[in-house]
Design a protein around this ligand. Structure first.
Ligand code: HSE
Length: 440
């Protein structure tokens, strides 16, 4: 049986998952592909720590170029993350005619076009299924299985850490964000530095890749409206439940003819929505294709084996192409031309949606009418309002919650600022957008 040599750069959690799968499922992989995979080199600055997997330690090296310049290695797996030196290493691998598999969503979201061009110039392939939604084969589905569809709506939960935190806050009324985050860190569901996850950037990088794959639009994350989950308070989860909603950190791509809304923020979703059932560390992608209708992809978006499963799927795809002497069979982003221009993305201010607005306001005559008056001035129509009673001390502000009819983001933000400036209001209102097709 032929053996194809591969190498890994970056030996962390996913790298050790790759080693584990190659050993554990070697027989089934060989039966399915008809060839063997020889892991020839693993490069990492740390070649001492125990990764909890059994392999021949002599393949470890501290020098990435031992992988990049090895003539026998035909596929390089980049799992170090970050922009540099990952970008330089990937480019070197492609220029040396090697195919590349990476999970590096941040790098591809920002420098993907440059890297894909270099791959094409060198007749090399690059694949990155593990970059979005871990073990769920969503990118291949968009590029191939769903190629016959235009997508009018894609809603996605793309970050397991945030989904775990929001699910825990839902299940345990009163649990504060910081407390739940600490618990998530102890359980290994959140990084020691969770900033990229909880501030939404990890999801935004994935959203940018999904946008390119589904609409052929290349948008820098800097131009996408991104909000994380740090402003969500236990009270919001309690109110969400009262309105029969769940709060999810959602990536949204909503097409209106030639324009498309692209945004990433906490979102209230009806409890009956398929995505509302996606709890804990799981990811979910809900889509509506014009030919297939609704679909939901559900699974583990992070973790050692699920992510390594996606990496191995890519490795085999690329080896199969190499063995028949082809490359570029499917463009990395799934498009050979374009239909929508990159400036089809709507300005956030143009978005029209429903809003949950929480205001901490003095419980005095006339306060509600001043707030409602500002909303009316900005053309915001109130669908419902809930004011919670004061605590027994009788002092302080009370939370007032509004649900709006459809309103323009620009109007909402102007009203938010004006309300925040009122002397009877504690701070600028917290807003959470609602994705509920039954609300007008
Ligand atoms: N940290 C990510 C998550 C996984 O929690 O989903 C890697 O993108």
């Amino acid at each position: 049986m032929d053996e194809i040599a591969i190498g890994i750069i970056g030996f962390g959690t996913i790298g050790s998952g790759v080693v584990h799968i190659l050993k554990e499922n070697r027989a089934i992989l060989e039966a399915r592909t008809g060839f063997g995979i020889k892991l020839k080199r693993i490069a990492d600055l740390d070649i001492e720590s125990d990764r909890g997997v059994v392999f021949d330690k002599s393949i470890l090296t501290r020098d990435a170029y031992d992988v990049l310049r090895d003539p026998e290695i035909s596929v390089v797996i980049e799992l170090m993350g970050g922009y540099e030196p990952a970008r330089t290493f990937i480019i070197e691998a492609l220029r040396n005619g090697k195919s590349v598999v990476t999970a590096n969503k941040a790098l591809l979201a920002e420098h993907g076009l440059e890297i894909f061009d270099i791959a094409a110039e060198n007749s090399a392939d690059i694949a990155f299924e593990a970059a979005v939604a871990g073990g769920i084969p969503i990118l291949r589905s968009f590029r191939e299985g769903l190629i016959a569809n235009k997508f009018d709506k894609i809603l996605a939960i793309l970050n397991g850490t945030c989904n775990f935190i929001l699910s825990e806050m839902t299940e345990n009324p009163g649990a504060a964000f910081k407390e739940v985050l600490k618990n998530a860190q102890e359980l290994g569901y959140a990084e020691a530095d969770p900033t990229l996850d909880i501030e939404g950037m990890d999801s935004a990088h994935k959203l940018a890749l999904v946008l390119a794959l589904t609409h052929g639009i290349h948008a820098s994350v800097k131009t996408i409206h991104v909000e994380g989950i740090t402003q969500i308070e236990p009270f919001d989860l309690v109110m969400a439940r009262e309105f029969s909603y769940k709060i999810k950190l959602l990536a949204l791509i909503i097409r209106h003819g030639e324009r498309v809304e692209v945004r990433l923020h906490p979102t209230m979703l009806p409890e009956s929505h398929p995505l509302a059932q996606v709890d804990g560390v799981f990811n979910g992608i809900y889509l509506r294709g014009d030919m297939v209708g609704e679909q939901l992809f559900y699974g583990r978006g992070a973790g050692r084996e699920p992510t390594a499963s996606a990496v191995i799927g890519d490795v085999i795809e690329l080896i199969r192409s190499k063995r028949i002497g082809t490359s570029g069979r499917v463009p990395p982003l799934g498009y050979s031309g374009s239909l929508m221009s990159d400036d089809s993305v709507m300005d956030m201010n143009e978005v029209v949606t429903n809003y949950y607005i929480r205001i901490q306001a003095a419980d005095r005559p006339g306060v509600l009418s001043r707030i409602a008056g500002i909303m009316a001035d900005h053309n915001i129509s109130i669908h419902s309002v809930v004011q919670k009673r004061r605590d027994h001390s009788g002092a302080g502000a009370v939370p007032v919650v509004f649900i709006t009819h459809s309103a323009r983001e620009a109007d909402l933000q102007s009203a938010r600022q004006e309300i925040g400036n009122l002397d009877v209001v504690d701070a600028p209102p917290t807003i959470i957008r609602i994705e509920d097709e039954d609300l007008d």
